[in-house]
Design a protein around this ligand. Structure first.
Ligand code: NAD
Ligand code: ZN
Length: 364
């Protein structure tokens, strides 16, 4: 599946997304139009390099030669400005100038860090993304958000720079640990709940195929998520308003991550946050109970948590929400489902109702 994002600006920009099992075998042809006259610098998640370099060497990816291969110890702890400086120095030492193009191969951490680096290296050079985790294939590689963390919070430094092209090959998922796959599924469920009833029905009917990593199912789900995200990003690239719908489940989710000092994994936090949003919507009369039940069942099918652990009191969660830096002008804003496949943004939350919903979600 091929997608094209058209983005405003002068001149207007386009960013393409190609999704296909086996794409890695056709990469030389796919990348050729973007590499003409440019030197390629590869920044690989070092773990992905270990797992995949023999295979991609045999596929003769363009320019895959020392010293143009830089290995990056990708982890959330290393998603920092210091890593950007370290990588930038390696680019300089490898001879990269403004005619260079960087290709990120790895998960969301690698994509965010390399995108950020590309957007500031010599005042900006183009970049290409080859995402290798489910999360990065369905979410982070599309949309142009780049960034690194500060000790004070995640993604607090960043830029918008669209990748010239995103090449997605679900084959990479063969080596992804199941626990990481599950985390990505939370974002897939979010996307279906917020924008696509058909994707939702597909997920309910195809858990087994997806768990077996059947390429047809994976390609369908990844392609649909990329198309849905591309639609949102084309409508509101810089998150002036509408792009906030992508935060469904992330309000309570972020609070749980922060309260746990990030011991709760992002996908787990999002799953619990989706259930909170749905239960709140139920309380406000926006959706019938059946939607909450279907959501909890789908999360459970992927071993994603739906109950909030007792260690996080509803009071602490509400307090954490109020200090979330992503909240606008001190107002609590929530994205809530109105049915499977559609959401609204609400600013008029009754905090007492939210507290009660969280309490019930803790009990079961
Ligand atoms: N830019 C955006 O719009 C956006 C959106 C969502 C999330 N994000 C960011 O994405 C990051 C999370 O991304 P992630 O979950 O991909 O994490 P990640 O990049 O840390 O990858 C998770 C783990 O999987 C390993 N890995 C990657 N590909 C593999 C493969 N094919 N086989 C085996 N192991 C593999 C990595 O080495 C790592 O240990 C967060 O920092 C988050 O802020 C960004
Ligand atoms: Zn997320």
């Amino acid at each position: 599946m091929d997608l094209t994002l058209s983005l405003p600006g002068s001149p207007p920009r386009v960013s393409t997304v190609n999704i296909a099992a086996g794409l890695m075998g056709r990469l030389p042809e796919s990348l050729a139009p973007y590499l003409e006259g440019r030197s390629v610098y590869w920044i690989w998640d070092e773990q992905v390099w270990e797992l995949w370099h023999q295979r991609v060497n045999s596929l003769r990816w363009p320019g895959l030669v020392e010293p143009r291969i830089i290995r990056f110890a990708a982890s959330e702890a290393n998603k920092r400005l210091a890593a950007v400086e370290h990588l930038a120095r390696q680019l300089v030492q490898a001879g990269a100038d403004r005619l260079g193009v960087v290709v990120a191969v790895g998960g969301g951490v690698t994509g965010d860090v390399v995108g950020f680096l590309a957007s500031i290296y010599m005042r900006g050079i183009p970049h290409i993304q080859i995402p290798t985790t489910l999360l990065s294939q369905v979410d982070s590689s599309v949309g142009g958000k780049t960034g690194v963390d500060l000790p004070e919070g995640k993604n607090l430094l960043g830029t918008f720079q669209q990748a010239q092209t995103v090449c997605i090959d679900p084959t990479f998922l063969e080596t992804l640990p199941a626990a990481e796959f599950r985390q990505g599924m939370a974002e897939v469920i979010k996307m279906a709940l917020l924008a696509d009833q058909q994707l939702w029905d597909y997920l309910e009917g195809h858990s087994a195929e997806l768990q077996r990593l059947e390429v047809e199912s994976l390609t369908h789900v990844i392609g649909t998520c990329c198309r849905l995200k591309a639609d949102v990003v084309q409508a509101d690239e810089k998150e002036a308003g509408y792009r906030r719908v992508l935060n469904l489940g992330h309000t309570v989710g972020h609070a749980l991550e922060r309260l746990s000092d990030y011991r709760v994994a992002h996908g787990d936090a999002v799953a619990m946050g989706l259930v909170s949003a749905a239960r709140l919507a139920l309380c406000m009369g926006l959706i019938p109970e059946a939607v909450v039940q279907r959501l909890e069942k789908l999360c459970a099918a992927w071993n994603l948590p739906v109950r909030i652990p007792a260690e996080f009191s509803p009071e602490a969660i509400v307090a954490a929400l109020k200090t979330d830096k992503k909240q606008l002008a001190g107002k609590l804003h929530f994205i809530l489902p109105v049915r499977i496949g559609a959401v609204v943004e609400r600013h008029d939350l009754d905090l007492e109702m939210l507290r009660r919903v969280l309490q019930e979600q803790q009990r079961g």
